[in-house]
Design a protein around this ligand. Structure first.
Ligand SMILES: Nc1ncnc2c1ncn2[C@@H]1O[C@H](COP(=O)(O)OP(=O)(O)OP(=O)(O)O)[C@@H](O)[C@H]1O
Length: 432
């Protein structure tokens, strides 16, 4: 089994007169708007969607998204090119086989829910199973389970019209899940919902996806939605895919001016993660180092505190300049007694939106750790603000809660302690 659930190669969909001739002309370089009598809705689309991935197709109205999705599920034949679903070619299959592939492999969720008004919620969800001839008791049991999954089990026996828009769309999703196909095609599935409900639905979809691991092709004209949901995003313009990439790729490295203009309005705080903006940690002291080394590091970094890292750069704690000074005064050679717990650290995958509170509460540039607890980066507050992109004007680091001890004072103390022959417990490891 391959890891590719769905793939398109050189796909064209042209409506109107002489579609194959139009494809030939497009290939020869004729602009799309000079194809008299023919509309090229999808032009030379090639991509693959991996199993378990949310692949978003994003573009303005008329860019060809709906046509692409209808071609992918065989509702309308491609003009040229191929579509492969789990290794089987859809393009070129008989109409009967296309219907079978669709039934077994692909479910759709539509913008306007497309529920059956005279059936109860549970019967709507059970409908795809009914089409497959699953006995009533069995399909109702399965539908009930899925309704519980989307939090609608209490509403099983009412007609869809008794539900709010968001709840109706959850029924639509439940129906698609009941079909138990690997691939879900979602066409502007949340676009008809109020913004707050829409946000909730996006979050719920991601939650469901964590456990279900479906292959989802999600169509939207909303870039924020695309960025929030997509593992990868294909940006369409005038029938062509102009860029395919992760949300971070598209935000930080737009392929052309068109994509760049699009991403200007993106809510970066929901897209970029700590790993996208973190810097190399500078203020670190090895766990085995002594208070004098720690003090020098803090003095050189004009900081009142530093991170302490152990073997493999594991984040161990934090030391403060005042505590280190006390140790030096008392002739102590090990840092161990003054290492405090790190008040705030974040993970590489946390989105910027979740970093603000920790950043405000952190006495040092925010520590970023990987899943093994290693210190892999830090985020100064100014970097966090700058990362929010156009319009942010912050130019200086905010003041630390506790200002560092004056360097002159530290210099004096270090000189005095050297004069009496004090030394740190161990040579500090090289910490980069
Ligand atoms: N059945 C059809 N016959 C002729 N032209 C069509 C047909 N369906 C779509 N088109 C044209 O193909 C182009 C792409 O339309 P499509 O609906 O795929 O875009 P879209 O990105 O989904 O836009 P929207 O979000 O408005 O639906 C448009 O120019 C549209 O007019």
């Amino acid at each position: 089994m391959t890891d590719t659930a769905l793939r398109a190669d050189g796909l064209y969909k042209v409506f109107g007169r002489n579609p194959h001739d139009a494809v030939r002309r497009l290939r020869a370089g004729t602009p799309r708007d000079e194809l008299d009598g023919a509309t090229a809705a999808v032009i030379d689309a090639s991509f693959e969607v991996r199993r378990g991935e949310i692949f978003v197709v994003m573009g303005l109205s008329g860019s060809g998204k709906s046509t692409l999705i209808r071609t992918l599920n065989g509702l309308q034949p491609a003009t040229e090119g191929t579509i492969t679903i789990h290794g089987e070619q859809l393009t070129g299959a008989t109409a009967a086989r296309v219907r079978e592939i669709r039934r077994e492999r692909i479910s759709m969720v539509f913008q306007h829910f497309a529920l059956l008004p005279h059936r109860t919620v549970v019967d709507n969800v059970a409908y795809p199973l009914e089409l497959r001839g699953v006995p009533r008791a069995e399909r109702l049991a399965k539908a009930g389970e899925i309704l519980a999954l989307v939090g609608l089990d209490r509403w099983a026996d009412v007609p869809p019209s008794a539900l709010s828009g968001g709840m109706q769309q959850r029924v639509g999703i439940a129906r698609a899940l009941a079909a138990d196909t690997d691939i879900l095609l979602m066409d502007e599935a949340f676009s008809a919902l109020d913004p707050l409900i829409r946000r909730e639905m996006q979050e719920q979809l991601l939650e469901l996806q964590e456990s279900l691991q479906k292959t989802i092709v999600f169509i939207t004209h909303d870039l924020n939605e695309a960025m929030f949901l997509g593992d990868r995003i294909a940006v369409m313009r005038d029938g062509r895919i102009v860029q395919i990439g992760t949300p971070e790729d598209i935000l930080t490295d737009p392929a052309n001016d068109y994509v760049e203009q699009f991403v200007q309005d993106v809510d970066r705080a929901r897209v970029l993660t700590a790993s996208n903006v973190m810097e190399r940690p500078r203020l670190t002291v090895a766990e085995g180092a002594g208070p004098r080394t720690a003090l020098r590091t803090m003095r050189d970094g004009y900081s009142s505190a530093a991170y302490v890292v152990g073997r493999d750069r594991r984040l161990v704690g934090i030391v403060r300049d005042r505590d280190a000074m006390k140790l030096v005064r008392s002739g102590e050679s090990s840092l161990a007694g003054i290492v405090r717990p790190v008040p705030q650290s974040v993970s590489v995958d946390d989105v910027l939106m979740d970093l603000f509170v920790p950043a405000v509460e952190s006495p040092l540039p925010l520590a970023v750790t990987d899943d093994q607890g290693r210190l892999v980066g830090v985020i100064p507050r100014v970097t966090l603000l700058a990362a929010l992109g156009p319009g942010t004007t912050a130019t200086a680091e905010l003041t630390l809660p506790l200002p560092p001890v004056a360097t002159g004072e530290i210099d004096r103390l270090l000189a005095e302690s050297e004069a009496v022959g004090a030394a740190d417990a161990a040579d500090p490891e090289e910490v980069r």
